[in-house]
Write a protein that binds this ligand. Structure first.
Ligand SMILES: Cc1cc2nc3c(=O)[nH]c(=O)nc-3n(C[C@H](O)[C@H](O)[C@H](O)COP(=O)(O)OP(=O)(O)OC[C@H]3O[C@@H](n4cnc5c(N)ncnc54)[C@H](O)[C@@H]3O)c2cc1C
Ligand code: SF4
Ligand code: SF4
Length: 509
């Protein structure tokens, strides 16, 4: 049902899309503003299509827009439209700005034209402007972004006779777009990835590093960049590096260079993948001075009750983190728009089933609910030994009783590993999705931690016949069994045999 409240979502990356989706479901009118031509944020303009397939992304975005969400593209808040105007026109705002700007290498010579940032490199590739790279590409980083740059460079390859105007840096700068015809004569590029950390300590996932190695990328751990060496034309010709030992001590990065180990790695293109920063142009009021936006646990901007925030602009992390922030912020925005106080978020933000909603769905009458819900046998609201524990803990595996279940192996997704020769020109997805049968089989392995899955163990094993099944007409999810506390002697057997850890002792009065 429409609430006739209007929310502006600034940034159509995973954080903004997730927030828009949840707000639309709650009945609010949502407009997403994004400076790019298409929605998706880093899922479209950063991460290559062989990792976040565009047809899947497009379908997910369509589902969100189909809820009635409006998208205003190629519109940057802070420059095209001021924040004051947004505030005047909307009841609440979500800031999902991401961290769009790449960090250049902090060394001498890094302003050479063929020394670029990872975000600029990947955007040129994802826009389709850049179709080949230099013969020798050096990537500096060690995280997932650097692996994406290196693997894209391997796939693009280089062309032997490159016209001056065809150099990749011009495509990256948006001055030209490479001609598709030239690409047929491509050869593999020599790609080197350097990291200050040893290879086994790099931030990129182990599997991604192994893929990069299989694809012929030279991964060199324990090297710090010292300088970009330039030729007479000002272009970079090599990256000077030095062996180093790097570690994080007390939250701070410590790098110890090893004197006398300098080395020059020849390069036609140098890509800096050492992190991203937020572009606060026109939005400086939100900058906490450290290049991020300060927020509380509800993702409400400190001191600005109608502004919420989430995703990389809070702290660069993962897609799933940004999606989670968007969901939590949408809860806060919804409460704010209804004039309600914001909840103290639980310590662990797990999804808990909504007893009231389940009962309404089943057309059942319930009495008033008081948290924590305790005891069941006299209340129409409570259910068998159920107490919302999400503010305290997730059911740990020790609380599951697995005695009646055989171990079922996980249905793993197939991963395609390419050799150096196979990688050139291959833009296919590497992590293949499960088939429908596999997906169903995998879902069946779920042990429903913390939620009754109606196995009858407690009914069968209770020596006092105190546990009984709720009449079908009154049962619903989580309200399948009930306990007669007059019969219960507190022997714990029901708790011990419950496979899901759903039963908690000590709730009866
Ligand atoms: C190369 C690369 C690889 C990655 N690989 C992975 C991975 O494998 N797995 C993973 O989980 N995470 C990965 N990440 C991280 C992940 O992409 C981010 O954590 C996530 O995209 C953050 O989402 P977001 O919505 O906060 O920001 P973004 O995705 O950056 O989206 C922000 C959006 O806001 C728009 N915007 C910004 N400012 C304004 C403004 N003022 N007005 C209008 N619009 C604006 C931008 O155009 C953009 O569309 C990767 C990141 C990069 C760069
Ligand atoms: S504690 Fe013992 S008596 Fe009480 S319901 Fe559980 S199994 Fe039955
Ligand atoms: S043993 Fe646990 S999962 Fe099985 S019916 Fe009883 S409460 Fe539900």
């Amino acid at each position: 049902m429409s609430t006739s409240k209007k929310v502006a979502v600034i940034g159509g990356g995973p954080a903004g899309l997730s927030c828009a989706y949840q707000l639309a479901r709650k009945g609010h009118a949502v407009t997403i503003f994004d400076e790019r031509a298409e929605l998706g944020g880093m899922m479209r303009y950063g991460i290559p299509g062989f990792r976040t397939p565009r047809e899947v992304l497009d379908a997910e975005i369509r589902r969100i827009l189909d809820l009635g969400v409006t998208a205003r593209m190629s519109c940057r808040i802070g420059t095209d439209i001021t924040m004051d105007r947004i505030r005047a026109e909307f009841d609440a705002v979500f800031l999902g700005l991401g961290a769009q700007s790449g960090r250049p290498l902090p060394v001498e010579g890094a302003d050479a034209p063929n020394c670029v940032t990872a975000t600029a490199f990947l955007k040129a590739f994802n826009d389709g402007r850049m179709r080949h790279v230099g013969k020798r590409v050096v990537v500096v980083g060690g995280g997932d972004t650097s692996i994406d740059v290196a693997t894209v460079a391997r796939r693009l390859g280089h062309i032997e006779k490159v016209n001056e105007s065809d150099r990749p840096e011009y495509a990256i700068a948006g001055i030209i777009a490479h001609d598709v015809a030239a690409v047929s004569a491509k050869q593999g590029a020599e790609v080197t990835l350097t990291s200050i950390f040893a290879v086994d300590k790099m931030q990129a996932s182990r599997a991604e590093v192994e893929h990069a190695l299989a694809e012929g990328i030279a991964v060199r751990g324990g090297y710090a960049p010292l300088a970009v060496l330039r030729g007479p034309d000002g272009r970079a010709t090599a990256l000077r590096v030095i062996r180093c030992e790097a570690k994080i001590a007390g939250g701070r990065l410590e790098i110890k260079n090893i004197d006398g180990t300098e080395e020059d790695i020849p390069a036609d293109l140098i890509v800096s993948a050492i992190g991203q920063s937020v572009d606060f142009a026109g939005l400086a009021e939100f900058d906490n001075g450290k290049g991020a936006i300060d927020t509380d646990r509800n993702y409400q901007v400190k001191g600005q009750p109608n502004c919420f925030v989430g995703g990389d602009v809070v702290r660069p992390h993962l897609l799933t983190t940004a999606i989670g922030h968007g969901t939590i912020a949408a809860d806060g925005i919804d409460r704010f728009l209804h004039g309600e106080a914001l909840d103290r978020r639980p310590k662990i933000d797990v999804h808990v089933f909504d007893l009231q909603r389940k009962m309404i769905e089943r057309g059942l009458v319930f009495s008033e609910v008081h948290e924590p819900i305790r005891g069941t046998d006299t209340s129409q609201a409570a259910i068998h030994n159920f107490d919302n524990r999400s503010d305290r803990y997730v059911i740990p595996h020790e609380e599951l009783f697995l005695g009646h279940f055989n171990r079922t192996p996980r249905n793993r997704r197939n991963v395609v590993t390419l050799s150096a020769a196979e990688a050139l020109g291959n833009f296919e997805e590497r992590l293949l999705p499960l088939t429908e049968t596999q997906a169903v089989a995998e879902a069946k392995r779920c042990m429903s931690c913390g939620m009754c899955f109606e196995c009858d163990n407690c009914v069968v094993y209770c020596p006092q016949v105190a546990v009984f099944k709720v009449a079908k007409s009154k049962s619903t999810a989580g309200r399948y069994v009930d306990t007669d506390y007059a019969k219960c002697i507190g022997c714990h057997i029901c708790k011990d045999v419950c496979p899901t850890g759903y039963i908690q002792m000590g709730l009866g009065e």
